[in-house]
Design a protein around this ligand. Structure first.
Ligand code: FES
Length: 106
């Protein structure tokens, strides 16, 4: 199954991130300060670092290791050293439930 309930919206505060795993795929579930929720591949494209341990800033998340910031809506890095995007997956909100579909990439 690729679409899975991964969290309650209430547990994911604006400006925070958490790691979830669907079918063995680690995902950074990120809620930007404006409230929108995004799901990105959790592994930084520059190294084996969990992006969900990074810093959420407006519409990006910063890898704590070397400072690359990834756009939440596209997974594109805004600055080096990372230069490859991370995958971004479809998110659905149903009431207080957050669903991620790993078969649909944005
Ligand atoms: S491991 Fe993420 S920027 Fe280097």
């Amino acid at each position: 199954m690729s679409r899975e309930r991964v969290a309650s919206l209430d547990a994911l505060k604006p400006g925070s991130a958490m790691k979830v795993v669907i079918d063995g795929i680690p995902i950074a579930l990120v809620r930007e300060s404006q409230g929108d929720v995004h799901a990105l591949g959790d592994r930084c494209s520059h190294g084996d670092i969990s992006l969900s341990e990074g810093f959420v800033e407006d519409d990006s998340i910063e890898c704590w290791a070397h400072g690359s910031k990834f756009e939440l809506s596209t997974g594109t890095p805004r600055n080096f050293p990372a230069y490859e995007p991370v995958p971004v997956f479809a998110v659905e909100i149903d009431g207080d439930d957050v669903f991620v579909n790993t078969e649909i990439r944005k």
